[in-house]
Ligand binder design. Structure first.
Ligand code: TMP
Length: 204
């Protein structure tokens, strides 16, 4: 059986670490791939570079369109073929990121962002979404201490990151069946344990 599982959360919430742990665990029992947005394939990685490059003044709607374009290519080139082969697809971010970042935090509005994304994704939606909930101050301080370079979106003001988190919180209230919240303010081991409990229950 194929399943499309996405991972969402603010900067520094530990999605990458969690996906690696989930991937390694699921490999024992499933045919599984892990991938990310924006990116995961050549064209979308190229769009990622444009999106995350610092020192430009990108229009917010251009930003939303580029995320949607990157999503479209990644979906058709990588995600759908894997699902058609019966795989479990673990994806770092999907359309909820655009709703939280562009819809809520940039202020474009959820309906406008959803409209361009409907064009991009047609009827494809995740079967399950793990939302790593974290205070943005904690996430951003983790990035600084990991010495990871701050990209164009990381470098936004703290209010922007608070709006991202409230966007995610609203989404998790609107779609409680699909979006499951995990407290990301715990050790990576405990976050993985909590997320795996949800995923294993979902996969049966
Ligand atoms: P990453 O750091 O998780 O790889 O994500 C890259 C950045 O892009 C991150 O700041 C979140 C942002 N982003 C959006 O603003 N909208 C989107 O639709 C996606 C997928 C990511």
């Amino acid at each position: 059986m194929s399943y499309f599982i996405t991972f969402e959360g603010p900067e520094g919430s530990g999605k990458t670490t969690l996906i690696t742990a989930v991937y390694e665990m699921l490999l024992k029992s499933h045919s599984v791939i892990k991938t990310r947005e924006p990116g995961g394939i050549t064209i979308s990685e190229m769009i990622r570079e444009v999106l995350l490059a610092k020192g430009n003044d990108m229009d917010y709607r251009t930003e939303a369109l580029l995320f949607a374009a990157s999503r479209r290519q990644h979906l058709t080139e990588k995600v759908i073929p894997a699902l058609n082969q019966g795989k479990v697809v673990l994806c770092d971010r999907f359309v909820d990121s655009s709703i939280a970042y562009q819809g809520y935090a940039r202020g474009i509005g959820t309906e406008a962002v959803m409209e361009i994304n409907r064009f991009a994704i047609e009827d494809y939606m995740p079967d399950l979404t793990i939302y790593l909930k974290l205070d943005p101050e904690v996430g951003l301080s983790r990035i600084s201490s990991n010495k990871r370079d701050r990209n164009r979106l990381d470098a936004e003001q703290i209010d922007f990151h608070h709006d991202v988190v409230s966007g995610y919180n609203k989404l998790s209230e609107i779609y409680p069946e699909r979006i499951k919240t995990v407290d990301a303010n715990q050790t990576p081991e405990k976050v993985a344990e909590d997320a795996l409990k949800i995923i294993n229950q979902f996969l049966g």
